[in-house]
Each structure stands twice: as C-alpha cells, then as structure tokens.
Design a protein around this ligand. Structure first.
Ligand code: BGP
Length: 472
C-alpha cells in the first residue's frame, strides 16, 4: 500500500478529539442498479430516459460507480483513506418503489449490509433521506407541490428510522433542499423543469413541512443517542460595497437562498423579512392550520453545512421590468469581484474564508448549534493527466483546497464554534446530475473505461494522515 507522509513538521492545526473525518455521497450518484433490486424509478431515471442529451456526454444515472454491487470494496477504501464516518443517502424509490406503498425487502437488505459493513470497519454511518431524488410516482402526483407527498415522505422517514435506527445515530432529512427548488422550479436544471416563482415558493414551503414531519417522527421514536439534522448549502452572501442598496441586495439573496431553510430548521420560524417580502409581492405559499407549531416544535439537533462558493451581489443596475414574472434576481445582480480565485472547471469562486464566516454566523445567530462541514470539495475535469507512472492521480490542488478550508474551520473552532467534523464531497468520482462525469471530486478515482476500476488519489492518502493525526 502506498502512503504519503505529510511533512515531518509538528502538527500546527490540531482538531478536537473525536473529530469526524470522512466524505459524503448520494444514492443516485453512486449506487447504479437503477432498475435492479426492485427499485422504482425516480425523476433522474425518468428525465434521462426522456432527454438524454441534457446530460454531459449523454451519460445517465444508470452508469455510476456501482456502489450497489461494490460497497464492500468501497468501504475497504474508506478505511484506507482514514474515514471514521461516511455519509450516504437512502434512495426513497429503492426503499418504497412507488413512494407510498410496499417496502422493498431487497433495499432493506442492501442498506442493512452497507450499515453493517461500515460499522464492522469502525466507520460511523451518517444517513440522509433525500438527495434530489423524488420517486417518479410521487412526482406524477405533483412532487413537493402536493402536500400529500409530505405525508408519504414522513412515513418513509419513519420506516427508515425504525429499520436502521438501532445502528444509525446521525440522520438527515434533506440535502440542500433549496437545490430542487432552484433546479426544478426556477432555473431549469432539474426535472420537472418548471420556471415559476409561485410554484417554487410552494415547493420550498412543503419541503420544510416534510422535513418538520420527519423530525416529529424521529422525536417520537426516541432513538437512543440519535440525532436528527438537515444538510444545507449555505452560500454566504457578500455585498459589493457597504452602500445601503448593495446591503439590501445581499440581505434579500441571503433570505432566499440561505435563511428560507436555515431559520425554520434551526430556529423553528421563518425570518419576518422573508414573509414580508413575499407578502408584498403576493407570493405567500398556501399553508395549513398548525403548520407554525409543527415547524416550531421540530427543530434540528445537528446542522450539516455544505460549502463550495460564496454568493456576491450588488444592487440592480437596471430597473427590472415590473411586468416580468417574478424571479429572485428581481432584487439583486450578481457581482464579479475583481481578482477572485476561481475553479475554472466548475466555474465557482474559491473563497476559503467563506467557511469561517458561515460558522461564525451559526455561532452568533443560531445558538451555536452542533454542526459539521458536510460537503466541501473541488471538481476537476481531465484528472487522468495527473496520473503518475505508478498509477496514482497526484491531485495536489485538491489537497491545497482542503487544507486551506480546514485552516478556517480550525480558526472557527478556536473561536468557540461547535464544529464536529469535515466531510469531503466526495468519496469516489461519481455521476453528478446533468454534469455526469465531467468533473471529478473524489479521493478515489473511478475509471469508467476499465469497468469502474478504483484507485486512491494522492489526496486520499494525505487525508488518511490528517485523520490519523487529527490535524496537519
Ligand atoms: C452539491 C450536491 C452534490 C454534488 C456537489 C457537487 O450541491 O449536494 O450532490 O453534486 O454539489 O456539485 P456538482 O456535482 O454539480 O459539480
């Protein structure tokens, strides 16, 4: 086995004892076996069948790294890369093929096997229940637009808690719930490709209701040592300047893209400014009696934070057409900061201090809730060119990316933020929504031309030393 020794210097950035080192994945992106093992279709299987040309190189979710069959080998590689924890998601349409009916025993067996294998390797399973993968049968009745789907989801969540809660202690209701709202109902990069602000608001609201109902089920079960959380992609919103118009623009972007989920999940209530804004423009969602109490009583114990890039905005430069359909961009323009550092492959700004700013905000404004970095990572195209003669991809840029972010996480810990871990996106190169295999993110490379052959990258071995030393 190859090992990469970190320099023999003293550990400068030491993390608290028991820090969670690991990585994150999602069912649709790694499992494969899309039509196997009794799985029902989800929106990704369906959309790919309808419009394969919307996916990079025409590759769909049926061609992934095949974790469904290769989980043992993969878990062994997790061990080899120093993981003490690992996040995966359960596929709702694998567990309950039509979303609301019979439980699929083959799925129960599969997830039991994965959980048991992780525990046998001393890797703590972190389980997420929904990662963009609405069962097709549920989408056909309206997806999150239909309130009945929130009940089907809560039932599915309860079933998972009951079946796996004896061994899984960290649970998450959703990953990045704003993304299906943006992708599916505003900007056309997820099925059902609707562009409609009113419907987007309803979808976002019902996602919060579904979340709160799942949390309620969890709390009823009183799982020993169990924690329930949500995973949010928090994009700190930076104004171009301190001019009041820029500040207002950035405040509104923050309300839409961060606080629309962060506040109800952690504080149990929506920000009044967001309610006022939607009301002023006539876009409040339909609500039901008792919703306010439901949200208030079902806040999370644990917050997962995904951080990739900041959002920079400025006041609108041209008066928006008041008759155009409302979109969030009515309230701000994007701002390109001169001299910013970019990941050219993904087109995202790299701003390491953003991770610290989020954490400090969580400490100061969200009761210093227990949290962890649940995703952070760097997607790079064409990594094969960095493969050396021994067959290892030398991804030094990824090591630097992780290290620079970890320094800011460490700083936040020094200042008292309750951060418990760091998970990279992602464990192995995976299929990524419409980008398919364009950008690679993993500690482990997956060679699609060689039957999915896995090789650990330099970053994977580096991470092992970090995890073992609990610092660097
Ligand atoms: C997050 C998602 C992941 C993953 C990651 C990288 O938003 O939770 O599923 O895909 O982003 O983004 P992408 O794959 O689009 O490059």
């Amino acid at each position: 086995m190859t090992t990469i020794k970190d320099t023999k210097q003293e550990i400068q950035f030491r993390f608290p004892k028991g820090f969670w080192w690991g990585s994150a994945t999602s069912a649709t992106q790694i499992e494969g076996a899309a039509r196997e093992g009794g799985k029902g279709l989800n929106i990704w299987d369906y959309w790919y069948e309808k419009e394969p040309n919307r996916f990079f190189n025409g590759i769909g979710p049926d061609k992934t790294s095949d974790f469904y069959h290769r989980y043992k080998e993969d878990i062994r590689l997790m061990k080899e890369t120093g993981h003490n924890s690992f996040r995966f998601s359960i596929s709702w349409s694998r567990m309950i093929p039509d979303g609301s009916g019979e439980i699929n025993q083959e799925a129960v067996n599969f997830y039991n096997n994965v959980i048991n294998e992780l525990l046998a390797n001393e890797i703590e399973p972190f389980v997420n229940l929904f990662h963009f993968d609405m069962p097709l049968a549920m989408q056909k009745i309206g997806g999150w637009e239909n309130r009945d789907v929130t009940d089907a989801y809560a039932r599915y969540a309860k079933i998972c808690f009951e079946l796996f809660g004896d061994r899984v202690k960290k649970w998450f209701t959703h990953n990045e719930p704003i993304v299906p709202v943006e992708g599916g109902y505003l900007y056309d990069f997820h099925y059902p490709n609707v562009v409609d602000f009113q419907r987007a608001v309803q979808v976002a609201y019902h996602t919060v209701i579904a979340h709160a109902k799942a949390v309620r089920e969890f709390k009823k079960l009183d799982i020993q040592d169990g924690k329930i959380g949500i995973i949010l992609n928090l994009t700190p919103s930076y104004p171009r300047s301190s001019h009041p118009a820029d500040l207002k623009a950035s405040h509104i972007a923050d309300l839409f893209f961060n606080r629309s989920f962060l506040d109800p999940a952690v504080k149990g209530e929506y920000p009044q400014d967001l309610i006022d804004l939607l009301k002023e423009h006539g876009y409040l969602p339909a609500v039901a009696e008792g919703d306010r109490a439901l949200i208030k009583q079902n806040t999370v114990d644990l917050l997962g934070i995904n951080y990739y890039q900041p959002r920079r905005v400025k006041a609108k430069e041209n008066m928006p057409n008041p008759d155009a359909p409302l979109m969030p961009e009515r309230f701000f323009d994007p701002y390109v900061m001169p001299g910013r550092k970019m990941n050219p492959h993904r087109g995202w700004e790299i701003y390491e201090k953003g991770i610290y700013d989020i954490l400090i905000n969580v400490k100061e404004n969200y009761g210093n809730i227990e949290c962890f970095i649940s995703e952070n990572g760097m997607g790079v195209e064409g990594e094969e060119r960095f493969r050396d003669e021994k067959g290892m991809i030398r991804d030094d840029y990824r090591i630097e990316f992780i290290r620079e972010h970890l320094k800011w996480v460490h700083q936040a810990i020094q200042e008292g933020v309750n951060v418990k871990g760091y998970h990279l996106w992602t464990f192995m190169d995976n299929w990524s929504w419409t980008n398919a295999y364009k950008n690679r993110y993993g500690f482990v490379s997956v060679n699609l031309d060689k039957d999915g052959e896995r090789t650990v990258k330099k970053s994977g071995y580096w991470f092992k030393t970090v995890a073992e030393n609990n610092g660097f």
